[in-house]
Design a protein around this ligand. Structure first.
Ligand SMILES: [Zn+2]
Length: 179
């Protein structure tokens, strides 16, 4: 299990449920499908997002021309405005604290290693941390990625809070995960 999913796994273990599926199992590379893990602890809601680049860019290699470079920049700009893409329960009073994005299109040093490992496919991973004044009132999340990224058709969601776990499958017609 990768480092970044440890918080999610720790929360799941804390509430005594069966072992959570690993990020890898949850996030098999299927075009059109992305995954989102929502971890809620006493103060924060942390979102772990993983998507094939094809959903976000329409290609999965380093940008080769000005148009593709601008597509990469637009994608990063959109994801950095995560407070417009992920809308938590208003009463929880959450505010975006940090965004981390990880992908070969954002870090060219990863490219040569990646080519040998993945058969030409590539993902984007994102970590979004929201601080919430009232995490007890946090019970849903609306996801607005489908408008921004029309190649994205489905999002598999797993939720772990201090009290429970839940899962959901979001689509352009069902954009809200509840728990
Ligand atoms: Zn792919």
């Amino acid at each position: 299990m990768s480092q970044k999913y440890l918080l999610f796994a720790a929360l799941a273990a804390l509430i005594g449920n069966s072992p959570i599926v690993s990020a890898h199992e949850l996030g098999a590379h299927v075009h059109g499908v992305a995954t989102l893990q929502i971890a809620v602890d006493e103060k924060n809601m942390t979102l772990y997002f993983s998507s094939p680049l094809d959903n976000l860019l329409g290609f999965e290699h380093l940008p080769r021309d000005a148009k593709q470079k601008s597509a990469v920049k637009n994608m990063a700009d959109n994801l950095n405005k995560a407070e417009q893409l992920f809308i938590p329960t208003a009463e929880a009073q959450c505010t975006l604290q940090s965004v981390k994005l990880d992908s070969l299109v954002l870090d060219q040093k990863k490219d040569s290693q990646h080519r040998e490992e993945s058969g030409g496919h590539a993902d984007l991973d994102g970590e979004f941390v929201f601080a919430c004044k009232q995490t007890g009132k946090l019970h849903d999340l609306e996801v607005k990625l489908f408008d921004t990224f029309p190649n994205l058709h489905q999002m598999k969601v797993e939720v772990a809070t201090l009290k429970k776990q839940a899962s959901a499958k979001l689509t352009p017609d069902q954009r809200r995960a509840s728990w």
